[in-house]
Every structure is written in C-alpha cells, then in structure tokens.
Design a protein around this ligand. Structure first.
Ligand SMILES: Nc1ncnc2c1ncn2[C@@H]1O[C@H](COP(=O)(O)OP(=O)(O)OP(=O)(O)O)[C@@H](O)[C@H]1O
Ligand SMILES: [Mg+2]
Length: 418
C-alpha cells in the first residue's frame, strides 16, 4: 500500500469544509470546521451518533448511510440544526470509505439568508440593530405576531416597516399561509376597491369573470396595507367593516364573504394627526391601532450605522461578487455624521452606489455620493475655523463669513461641541 509521508490529518484539519468520519453512525473523527459549523467541540463530537451532531433534514427521511448510497454534492443545500438549535444551511456530500463513511459539508447559511433578503423574505433575525429602542420593538414582535389583532406600524420612509411586517407574518401561527401586500398609494383610486375586495361577473361592463380580491387571496394569512394613509375615505368605511365583522362585499356581489386575515397597516404619516384634520376616519384609526409600533429614524439610532454598513457590504459582496472588505475610517465617519432623511434605505443605496465606483477592497470617501462629501467638507471647514479662533464662536463666524446663529445651527447639525 502506498504510504504517504504526508500528515493527512493535518490537511483535513485545515480545510474550510466540515468533515466527519463515521463508522456505524458513530463519529470517529471530525475536523475543526465541523466543530465550528455544528457547534459541538471536537471532544464532545467523538463517540456521538452522527445524527446528533449534524442534525439535517435528511437524517430521518433519506439518510445516505442507512440507505447505503453515497450522496454526491448536494448543491441546493439542506437545512440542519446546530447544537444551539439555530437553523443553518449546508451543502453536503457523503462518501463511502469501506467500513466507514465521510460526511463533507460546507456552511452556506450566510449566503442563503442573504439571497432570501434579496427576495425580500424577512425574518426576525434579518432585522439588524443594536439600538435599545429597536431591540425593545423586536422583543414585542413575537407577541404581536401571536395575536390576531391588527398591527399599525408608523415610521419615516425607509425605516424598515416592510421588514417588520414580514417578520410579523413569519413569526405568526399563520406563517404557512399567504403573506400579501398592497400599496394603497400606487394603485389608482378607481382600481383599489376591486383589487382589495374583488368583483363578481357582470359587476360592470368589463367584468366577464369573477375576480378574487386580495382580501380573499390572503385568507388564512397576513395582509400588509402599505401607505394606509392614502386610502380614500370611501374605502376606509369598507375596510372598517372587514375589521369589525370579518366580512366584505365584492363589487356587484349580493352576499358578503367571510375571511380570516391578519391586518398589518403601515404608513410614514402620523395617522393621529390625519384623524384630527378629518383626512382619516377616526373609527378606523382605533380599529387599526390596536397594536402599535413606531420605528425610530436612523438618525436617532446612529449606533446601528456601523452594523448596517457591515451588513450591506456583505450583501453587495454577495450580489456583485466584488471582494470589498469594508469602509475606510474616514468614510465611516462621513456616514456617521449624516442625517439620513431616507433612513436605512438611503444608507443601503449609498453602499450600493459605492460598490459601483470602488475598484479596490476598501470604500473610501471618494466613493460616497457628492452630497455627503459636501457635508464632510463643510464640517471640516467649521472645525478648522473654530480651532483657529480658539473656539470663540463670534470670531470663528467672522472667519467663515457666517452669522453667529448660522454657525451655531451648523455646529448643532454636525454635532460639533464648542
Ligand atoms: N434594521 C434593518 N436591518 C437590515 N435591513 C434593514 C433594516 N431596516 C431597513 N432595512 C432595509 O432598508 C430597506 C428599506 O426598508 P423597508 O422597505 O422595510 O422600509 P419602509 O419603512 O417600508 O420604507 P417606505 O416607507 O419608504 O416604504 C430595505 O432594503 C430593508 O431591507
Ligand atoms: Mg415600505
């Protein structure tokens, strides 16, 4: 037999794929990558059954070892639970080595989650945050999801309302039912009613067949009514009826339909103030506002910026295939100093645009949009003038040709403490 002078164990220990060798379903060897992916330290893995260490979805239904059939590389991946009951996604292959079997697997969890994000299928763990206010909201979500009462989500544009709505659905007992959304602002007023409630054949000239509305399609699931503030008053009355009685009347129908739908309504407006102005029905407002979530703007949770930046860098690495490692310190500082009227979506767009421009591994100030660099430039000018004036504001204002109050306003805007 060929006797290799090479220490094969060292080699197998150094590969990124997890490798587990089993005889009679008992783990005889595992490498450090296997320990990392499964969460079982090596000394705890040895001697256990393979299906205890690597708990995959195919262990029960289609175990290649039990069936005596090697498994070629399963690229589409299988899901498994690690030691902490976290769901992971792996590519796996199983080879027969005579007496024993080698299980080789690769951790694809990050990619699978990112690709879900690309498709917009969000879960709780996709909400990235370190802000106490946001964490408090997240801690409420499982209870809000368990209840069948409507949820109203308010927050400026781009704060993550859709993300939260999707998480609410996926956490709820309805998660295997449909999750549908309709944007009340983008559908023409004349079509909104038939989109929501459907119609029956003959309801109007063009109604040649019955059309199901989104309320019946969402039966057993969750319906996100996005930009609810834009719903015309006439339809608000019909929506109220669905919420109060669980039934609605398709256009042209004579008998009402019953549905079981959890309503999540979202808006970037302040609904209570629209009620005061008579632009939103008060009774509907109280019906929708049973469970309430207010998402804080990004400028009030700046501690999230570095986390989100890291997340979006990973996301666009995945989408574009560019090996960007991160942002320079200066570029991150520019992003930390900015106010984000467009919130998380704006930050995401900034990183996406930077990926187009960057050719190296680091995103720098020059890859950020000009309107941000303008702020950075102005900020530096202010700081320099203040330093030169030894932080006497009147003098610094003179140097800059600004009034004292303008200087003070700008200092506040950039968070410069004098
Ligand atoms: N906490 C977060 N973690 C990760 N991604 C986030 C977070 N908040 C928002 N995003 C991302 O930012 C973008 C905007 O979020 P979303 O669409 O949920 O905002 P929105 O509040 O519905 O905005 P609009 O009012 O403009 O419709 C999405 O790409 C979303 O994935
Ligand atoms: Mg939205």
């Amino acid at each position: 037999m060929y006797n290799s002078p090479v220490d094969w164990k060292k080699i197998v220990d150094s590969v990124a794929e997890g490798v587990i060798y089993v005889e009679n379903f008992t783990v005889k060897y595992a490498n450090p990558a296997a320990a990392e992916i499964t969460g079982f330290p090596l000394n705890e893995a040895f001697g256990r059954k393979c299906f205890e260490v690597l708990r995959t979805e195919i262990c029960q239904s289609a175990c290649p070892i039990r069936e005596g059939k090697p498994l070629p590389w399963k690229e589409e991946g299988v899901s498994c639970l690690d030691r902490f009951n976290e769901e992971k996604f792996i590519n796996i292959k199983v080879r027969n080595l005579g007496k024993g079997w080698a299980i080789i697997f690769e951790d694809r969890t990050r990619e699978v989650r990112l690709s879900k994000e690309v498709q917009g299928k969000f879960r709780l763990r996709d909400i990235i945050t370190a802000s106490p206010k946001m964490l408090e909201i997240i801690s409420l979500l499982p209870r809000f999801a368990a209840s069948s009462a409507p949820v109203l989500i308010e927050g400026e544009s781009g704060t993550g309302k859709e993300l939260v709505a999707s998480a609410l659905h996926h956490l709820s007992p309805r998660s295997s039912g449909p999750y549908l959304k309709i944007n009340c602002a983008t559908i023409p007023e004349g079509l909104l009613e038939s989109e929501l409630f459907g119609y029956v054949k003959g309801a109007f000239t063009d109604a040649r067949t019955d059309k199901e509305g989104i309320f019946s399609l969402a039966h057993g699931g969750t319906l996100l009514l996005d930009e609810i503030a834009e719903m015309p008053l006439s339809l608000q009355a019909k929506l109220l009826r669905v919420l109060e009685e669980g039934e609605f009347l398709p256009l042209g129908a004579t008998s009402p339909r019953r549905v079981d739908v959890k309503i999540v309504a979202a808006t970037n407006k302040d609904l209570a103030s629209l009620v005061r102005k008579g632009r939103f029905r008060e009774d509907l407002f109280y019906r929708l506002n049973v469970l309430y979530i207010k998402l804080p703007p990004l400028r009030e949770r700046k501690e999230d910026i570095p986390l989100l930046v890291e997340h979006f860098v990973e996301l666009f690495n995945f989408i574009t295939g560019k090996p960007v490692e991160g942002l320079s310190e200066k570029a991150l500082k520019v992003l930390m100093d900015y106010d984000y009227p467009g919130n998380v979506r704006e930050l995401r767009n900034i990183i996406e645009a930077a990926f187009v421009l960057v050719s190296g591994r680091v995103i720098d100030v020059e890859h950020l949009p000009a309107y941000l660099r303008g702020e950075e430039a102005e900020r530096r000018k202010l700081e320099e003038a203040l330093r030169r004036a030894k932080w006497r504001r009147g003098e610094a204002a003179k140097l800059l040709g600004l009034s004292r109050s303008t200087l003070w306003r700008k200092m506040k805007k950039y968070g410069i403490k004098g």
